[in-house]
Design a protein around this ligand. Structure first.
Ligand code: SF4
Length: 415
């Protein structure tokens, strides 16, 4: 795309996008970003005053699932309007050009939009002596990433593979696969983890960047807090059954048919931070736990090694020894109903206190990190401030240097 028709407003008018449709998009974005409803008109105003954001979308070692996740969303408003808000300069999967023509487009885009474009990376990057495992037009993925990132304003790593290496980096990692943050140290990076990522979160991240002039606030894994600040377990519709000690014991049993908790079937929801239960999939229709399968914590760093076996039961819920709770509740409820109810009430209150304390501690740590780490001034317009400078977004690597890698000891290894 050339410099013509760069205004978002002009693009919306040219496509005859109705005001109602546009405001609905802004409402979905505001809700996903957890902004106050009063912010929706400000989002609309800010977007309409901007030029379309040039985007270069790179594909490396991956299955194209993140492209599919974005394109196959059944909510046309989000997918279509994001493509109105950005100007997709290069994407091997979607562009009509191929071969030398496509590579020429990439070089032109880097030159024309130097310092202004956002790079979306999908897939892991093989490194070292194995770098040649992913070679495009005679250059390794690592060389392409370094060239494109040298002129980019920010990087969005979509999916587990781009964020931390994903399943290509699972033991024994034959290609030396790495995530973007391990190779690019001097640019702002946001990790939209998940296998695949959720397209609504990508749209919200881009909208946040356009409206506020910087990437959204991040956690210690470089993931946006709006998408990864809350635990799956705390937003799960099966949570009441967990608290009541009602668990699925076998696939297809009565508890499964009644929608009881999947914890004993290996659900990793108690250790997973993602907005999956809120944003959901297929236009908000459903998500894995609603469909009857436990969460596999696909948004967690290292989940392929650390969260397997997927049907193995977690040893405990952070903040409270859940196995003890579950077993004690079962005994109490089956022995004496009244005693069971009392035990449940006590256990639930204790569990909630312990969990709340843990959650509050985590949120305080995140806020402290946001204030003093890579997120200075992250509150910004969310709290009524001014739209900032795109360069205000800080590089994520310093945050990730402090991260605690997930270890296999976090998950029970037997099935
Ligand atoms: Fe939901 Fe899983 Fe937590 Fe049960 S263990 S309440 S299914 S997230």
């Amino acid at each position: 795309m050339g410099e013509e028709n760069r205004s978002i407003k002009a693009r919306l008018q040219a496509r005859n996008v109705s005001r109602r449709e546009f405001l609905r998009f802004c409402t979905v974005m505001g809700a996903t970003l957890a902004l106050a409803p009063g912010m929706v008109p400000k989002i609309a105003e800010a977007l309409e005053s901007k030029e379309r954001l040039p985007v270069i979308w790179l594909h490396f070692q991956e299955c194209t699932g993140d492209d599919e996740s974005f394109l196959r969303t059944s909510d046309p408003t989000v997918a279509d309007l994001l493509l109105d808000v950005i100007s997709l300069e290069y994407n091997e999967v979607l562009m009509a050009d191929a071969g030398a023509q496509a590579e020429q487009k990439l070089e032109e885009a880097i030159k024309r939009y130097a310092g202004r474009y956002v790079t979306i990376v999908e897939g892991s990057i093989p490194s070292g002596e194995n770098a040649y495992y992913c070679t495009i037009a005679g250059r390794t993925a690592e060389q392409i990433l370094q060239e494109v990132s040298s002129q980019t304003a920010a990087i969005v790593a979509v999916g587990a593979c781009a964020a931390w290496g994903g399943w290509p980096s699972a033991r024994p990692n034959p290609t030396g696969a790495k995530g973007v943050y391990q190779l690019v140290k001097d640019k702002p990076i946001v990790n939209l983890t998940g296998c695949p990522h959720n397209g609504v979160n990508l749209a919200a991240t881009i909208v946040h960047y356009l409206v506020f002039g910087r990437l959204p606030a991040l956690d210690s894994y470089g993931r946006p807090l709006f998408a990864h600040g809350k635990r799956i377990h705390d937003n799960c519709e099966r949570r009441a059954h967990f608290d009541a000690g009602q668990f699925v014991e076998a696939w297809g049993d009565e508890g499964h048919r009644k929608g009881w908790c999947l914890y004993k079937m290996g659900c990793k929801g108690p250790q997973a931070y993602y907005n999956c239960p809120v944003v959901r999939w297929n236009g908000g229709t459903s998500w894995p736990v609603q469909a009857g399968h436990g969460c596999i914590a696909c948004a967690a760093f290292g989940f392929w090694d650390a969260m397997t076996p997927f049907y193995g039961r977690l040893p405990e819920v952070p903040g409270f020894p859940v196995e003890v709770t579950v077993d004690r509740l079962g005994v109490a409820l089956s022995a004496v109903a009244l005693a069971g109810v009392a035990a449940h009430a006590i256990a639930t209150v204790g569990w909630k206190r312990a969990t709340r304390g843990r959650q509050e501690q985590k949120e305080q740590e995140q806020e402290a990190h946001a204030a003093g780490g890579s997120l200075e001034g992250a509150a910004g317009l969310e709290q009524g401030g001014e739209v900032g400078d795109a360069q205000g977004a800080q590089a994520a690597p310093s945050a990730r240097e402090r991260e605690k890698p997930i270890s296999n000891g976090d998950v029970e290894q037997s099935g």
